[in-house]
Design a protein around this ligand. Structure first.
Ligand code: NI
Length: 175
């Protein structure tokens, strides 16, 4: 268990395509997941993708009860999602403010599908299949974007809705 360094935007390792996990009994996978939880907790994040700590594998984690970074967000169950596949349910989208541990101190208003189905595996290779909406759907779309080399600023449609967290939201904890 260890807190790992989170790569920041500009590091080309954040732009690569992550590989599928094939060996679920590899002890290195268990260590990776433990390190990701330690790292996410230390940073106060609501999600983390393996490429953010320099590991090009299709592994994301997310979930929280109450978040200081997103005080208005409803809770999301703690989840380890491996080899994910997302299908939008309908074409409705919403804009909401997002941040990213790899883009510290900044927030932008990002369009995401309101409702999605996501499938993948848990840490033991057992299937996960969920229909979700709202912030849960947003977090999954954000984290899975990391697996295809996309950071939230690449999704912005209006760069006027992009700025420093402490300027946009003076009451939020700085990140
Ligand atoms: Ni992120």
């Amino acid at each position: 268990m260890a807190v790992r360094e989170i790569l920041r935007m500009g590091d080309t390792r954040l732009l690569t395509l992550a590989e599928r996990v094939t060996n679920f009994s590899d002890p290195a996978l268990a260590t990776l997941i433990d390190d990701m939880f330690d790292t996410m907790a230390a940073a106060g994040g609501v999600g983390l993708a393996a490429p953010q700590i320099g590991v090009a594998l299709q592994v994301v984690i997310f979930g929280f009860g109450k978040s200081e970074r997103y005080p208005d967000a409803e809770s999301v169950p703690e989840t380890i999602l491996i080899n994910p596949f997302i299908t939008p349910l309908g074409d409705e989208e919403s804009l909401a403010w997002e941040g990213c541990l790899s883009v510290p101190g900044l927030r932008g208003e990002v369009p995401r599908f309101n409702r999605i189905r996501y499938r993948g595996s848990d840490r033991h290779g057992r299937p996960i299949d969920r229909d979700v909406e709202g912030f849960h759907a947003r977090v999954v779309q954000h984290e899975c974007d990391h697996l295809i080399g996309k950071l939230f600023p690449m999704r912005l449609r209006d760069l006027r809705r992009f700025g420093y967290t402490d300027v946009l939201f003076p009451d939020l904890q700085p990140d």
